[in-house]
Ligand binder design. Sequence first.
Ligand code: UT7
Length: 331
Amino acid sequence: MPKIHAAITAVQGYVPEYVLTNEELEQMVDTNSEWILSRTGIRERRILKGKDQGTSVMAIEAVSKLIDKKNINPADIDLLICATVTPDMVFPATANLITDAVGAVNAFGYDLNAACSGFLYALSTGAAFIESGKYKKVIVVGADKMSSIVDYTDRATCIIFGDGAGAVLLEPSQTDEGVMDYLLHSDGSGAPYLHQKAGGSRRPASHQTVDAREHFVYQEGQAVFKFAVNNMADVSARIMERNGLTANQVAFLVPHQANKRIIDATAHRMGLTDDKVMLNIDRYGNTTSGTIPLCLWEYESRLKKGDNIILSAFGGGFTWGAIYIKWAYNS
Ligand code: UT7
């Protein structure tokens, strides 16, 4: 039997309205706009404001607009995977809140946590369900409300992150296009460099953990930077090599948006010119699971059927990887 490929057949993003600029951050911590821009490439990021507004709010916006755009019946969705490190609640899964809100009454759903590589892990997992032949419509959504775990007194982390969500629909490809290959890695020895200390089973929430500000992102920036530069560039070059792709044959790199310098190093290693690199870090910062689908959404009109694109990410865990996709439609 010929292999079934899982094709992305639609993409949709959502970012909240509130814009947190570098200038506003200057009023909050000891930093300056030039430093942030030159060290990270970020000018502003979006923040989800309002009481009791969780990650699901953004994911529901993205998924419901995706359903409308593709004009599908929500009852036909088989599975929804939500990549996130900021679920609305520890349980139930945010995926359950999303499927309920969008009327995906026949779908099962679960959350997946691979930090900034979450969307890649979720996309490859969703693709495997389609490739099995048993499932016809899978939604993969990457969504994070990073502002809920960022310490706005810590200048080393609060300048980087933002909130946002992006979703794709996966269906069996009618042709040979779709997810062609993936290379995923994890290395738990990287955990000390990037993690959230409290709120899990090891250190449940207590007055002491709150007073010690342990419910926020802890990052040793320089150490993470070195691992990210090496591994994201390596894995992106390797997936090209093992699929026999030259730089000329790659239409776009879709990199996780953590730091413009990491993106530049990855593109350089792949031999790609700047015009082939999707970017939105200047406007959204690092939205963790949201960066890659938000890029695809913003560049959708420039993608053509048959384009070779490489998705690539590095994040907490450590986790990293790359996915090779043959784009399946003209919009
Ligand atoms: O997405 C998941 C994975 N995460 C990443 O990929 C992030 C990787 N790391 C990074 O992107 C960078 O390490 C950061 C953007 C977090 C930091 O940039 P850096 O160039 O590595 O800065 P640094 O930590 O080496 O700090 C350089 C200097 C220090 O001052 P001294 O010791 O040289 O006097 C910092 O205290 O810059 C200082 N600094 C700042 N200055 C102004 C650190 N943060 C700031 C700030 N504003 N916000």
